[in-house]
Each structure stands twice: as structure tokens, then as C-alpha cells.
Design a protein around this ligand. Structure first.
Ligand SMILES: [Zn+2]
Length: 340
């Protein structure tokens, strides 16, 4: 067990002052809770022997989205600081209050990932966001932000990225995703703040909240290894670069109009046709009350798995406007399948 370094509220994190070729564990004091005690974010910094980029990986910015924590722990086991070029800054728990309360939101019930970059003279979450960005994320050259679906829904492994931008498109494909949603990001997300500030960033959506799903975690880990190889931070060839990711222009949820018992029919990553039946809402006597159909052709990114649903429940997350990427621009893959 290595000792923990405490970076106090008025102190700056100086990565360059940390010894090369070692793994450092730190607490970064961001702001204070109602006991007057500090909210301290845990950080693991793997400082390579040689110079290179600083890659930041953030997890649990939504406090109940936990697959990213295990991804980071496995990465720490995999990476030897003696063989690393550059620096990895790993944040296993970004939203500390949300994590403690096992909830998505921050302590003031606000979505922290709509508050970035926060401000000094703002709300509780504004302050935390401000220090999170200035003390930690501003030090990164690249950002991978690890998330999951919301409660009661399941997700495939998918990426949110601006694929018009060469650097973020490259990052997206290196993760070997099933699905890429290229929708430009809402303002206030960590990803949009990073991209606006010269830090190429993508969001990786790994399965479900409140769980460790090791098959998806291991797939995510392979994508991170690919990223580090591509950036020449670790040695090795990019692995299993899949070329059949379904790329969507945008994604949205289809809702139920009636309340009742809902059965959602397609599987994750299935392609559905326009007008295809995607869910049936039954009454409590087993009679059909509503048939929900896809309003466009698309791919199933996520789906509701809780059968008892009020009217107006999110039923199926549909990715639409499937688009053919420019295959020549995908890195490190010469024998690309033209039929993509
Ligand atoms: Zn999230």
C-alpha cells in the first residue's frame, strides 16, 4: 500500500513534481460539505519514465455509474509506470457526494455533467465543478469520460463523440464500440468543456448503473489500451479494431403513452425498421393497451428493462440516420471492410 498524498483546498496539483516511474495516490480537496468537512476526490496518477501525453480517465461523474471504477482498477494493474511514456491521471470517483448517496446527481440534486465548468460564485455543484475542472481536468491532454445508462435501462457499449473532428473520431474508433453517436454534445458536459478547451474528449457508455459488468469492463479496457498504444504511451499493436460500429447522427428515447406492463422486444444493438413493433404495453389483465413502433429506422442503443411502467416512461433508446464514415480516416487499419 502506497501512502496517500493530500492536496489541500488552497494547493495546486503539480503533476511534474511527482516522481517518474511510480504510481501516486492522492486526495484532491475540492469543496466542503455541510459538516465543514472536505469533499476529497481520489486520484491515481501513473507517471511514466519518459515524457509523453497526459491522458485523463474519469469515472462515476454520475455517482451510481460504477463500471468505470473497475475499468480504472484493472488498468492500474495492467500498466507498469516503468514502461509508460507520459502520464495517466485516473479519477475512479468523480462525483463523491453522488457516489456516497448511490445516486446519479450531486448533493444538491443537480446533474454535475450539465454544470461544467461551474463557477466560483455559484451553487454547491457549481463550486465543485469549478474546482474539478481547474484542479484536475485542465491538466489533461486527452479525456475519456466513463459513464453507463440510467437506472432501469440497459446499454450496449457505445461512444458519444464528435466524429467530424479527426482526433475525437480516432479516439472513438480505438474503443471498438458497437455504436457511435456523433451528436454534438450538450453544453455543460465535461466532454463539451474539454473539447472546447483543446482537450480531445469522448464519452464511453459502459452497460448499466449500480453494477460491475466484467465482459463490458474488459472490452472498455481493451479500447483504453488501444488508445495508449495509438498515442505511443505503451508498446504494442492496436487490437481487434472493429470496423462495423454503427454510426448514428443522433439518438433519442421513444416513450410509452399508456401506463401498464411493458415488454420491449428488440435486443441491444439490433437494427429496427421504420414502423417496426418495438414494445407492447399490456393492462393488468394481459390485454394489449398500446403497441409502440419505431418512428424511424435505427439501432437499439438502450432499452427499458423494468416492466411496470407509468405512462410516459422511456422505452427504447434509438440511434438514427445511419451514416457511412470515411473509411480512409480510421487510424491504423489498412484492410478496411468497404461494405461498412
Ligand atoms: Zn452518466
Amino acid at each position: 500500500m502506497s501512502s496517500i498524498i493530500n492536496i489541500k483546498s488552497k494547493e495546486e496539483l503539480h503533476i511534474s513534481s511527482l516522481k517518474r516511474g511510480e504510481i501516486h495516490r492522492l486526495y484532491i480537496h475540492l469543496s466542503d460539505n455541510s459538516l465543514g468537512a472536505p469533499w476529497k476526490v481520489p486520484l491515481v496518477i501513473i507517471r511514466g519514465m519518459e515524457k509523453g501525453p497526459t491522458v485523463g480517465i474519469t469515472a462515476a461523474l454520475h455517482g451510481n455509474e460504477l463500471n468505470g471504477i473497475s475499468t480504472i482498477f484493472k488498468l492500474i494493474d495492467d500498466i507498469s509506470p516503468k514502461k509508460l511514456k507520459g502520464t495517466l491521471v485516473l479519477v475512479p470517483i468523480s462525483n463523491v457526494p453522488g457516489y456516497l448517496m448511490n445516486q446519479r446527481h450531486f448533493s444538491d440534486n443537480v446533474d454535475l455533467n450539465r454544470m461544467m465548468p461551474g463557477k466560483l460564485d455559484g451553487s454547491t455543484s457549481d463550486l465543485y465543478a469549478h474546482y474539478f475542472v481547474t484542479k484536475i481536468v485542465s491538466k489533461f491532454n486527452y479525456l475519456l469520460d466513463l459513464h453507463t445508462a440510467s437506472h432501469g435501462r440497459v446499454n450496449s457499449l457505445y461512444i458519444r463523440a464528435d466524429i467530424e473532428n479527426e482526433e475525437t473520431r480516432t479516439l472513438a474508433y480505438l474503443q471498438n464500440p458497437q455504436i457511435i453517436v456523433k451528436k454534438f454534445d450538450e453544453s455543460g458536459t465535461l466532454r463539451s468543456w474539454a473539447n472546447d478547451n483543446g482537450i480531445p474528449a469522448i464519452t464511453i457508455e459502459i452497460g448499466n448503473p449500480n453494477a460491475f459488468q466484467h465482459a463490458l469492463i474488459d472490452e472498455t479496457l481493451e479500447g483504453i489500451h488501444n488508445t495508449l498504444k495509438h498515442l505511443e504511451m505503451i508498446k504494442g499493436e492496436v487490437q481487434n479494431l472493429v470496423t462495423d460500429a454503427t454510426v448514428c447522427d443522433e439518438s433519442y428515447w421513444l416513450y410509452s403513452k399508456k401506463g401498464g406492463i411493458v415488454d420491449v422486444l428488440p435486443k441491444l444493438a439490433d437494427k429496427v425498421k421504420s414502423g417496426e413493433l418495438i414494445a407492447i404495453v399490456y393492462d393488468v389483465f394481459g390485454q394489449i393497451k398500446e403497441e409502440i413502433k419505431a418512428n424511424k429506422a435505427g439501432v437499439v442503443i438502450g432499452k427499458n428493462i423494468r416492466p411496470n411502467c407509468d405512462a410516459g416512461t422511456r422505452i427504447l433508446h434509438l440511434g438514427v440516420s445511419i451514416f457511412e464514415p470515411d473509411t480512409e480516416d480510421i487510424p491504423g487499419h489498412e484492410d478496411f471492410d468497404e461494405s461498412l
